[in-house]
Design a protein around this ligand. Structure first.
Ligand code: 5GP
Ligand code: ZN
Length: 113
């Protein structure tokens, strides 16, 4: 399968990894939109948020707990951070392997663009 995030998860493409275990990987976004811009994703290929299955419930909870751990490790948990998932084209999804953007280190606008 020609998926850039599967290749990053398999180490066929290098990335700046922050955290990894058997189920997920987190690394710095190549084109950061904030002082901290981290992508957290399941190693398993899931195309979009809409493709989640009952069996993925634990995986998604795990991702959020690891996001909190990363926030504490990188010390932006006190100031705050934003977690974004773009689901399909109109929301801005460009890579069709589910990923969670973690943005921090600046004041965020609302509503988002
Ligand atoms: P999306 O637009 O699908 O929500 O987010 C895709 C994200 O992946 C973008 O923020 C983009 O900068 C990032 N990205 C695309 N290709 C690469 C890559 O090869 N390495 C890394 N680290 N990030 C990437
Ligand atoms: Zn993939």
């Amino acid at each position: 399968m020609d998926c850039i995030f599967c290749k990053i998860a398999n180490k066929e493409i290098s990335s700046n990894i922050i955290f990894e275990d058997d189920k997920i990987i987190a690394f710095h976004d190549i084109n950061p939109q904030a002082p901290y811009h981290i992508l957290v994703l399941p190693k398993k290929h899931i195309e979009t948020l809409l493709d989640l299955k009952e069996e993925d419930k634990e995986l998604i909870g795990h991702i959020y707990l690891i996001i909190n751990k990363i926030a504490k490790d990188l010390k932006f948990e006190q100031r705050g951070y934003r977690v974004v998932v773009n689901c399909k084209e109109e929301a801005g999804q460009t890579i069709f392997h589910l990923h969670f953007h973690v943005l921090a280190g600046r004041t965020m606008e609302w509503p988002p663009g």
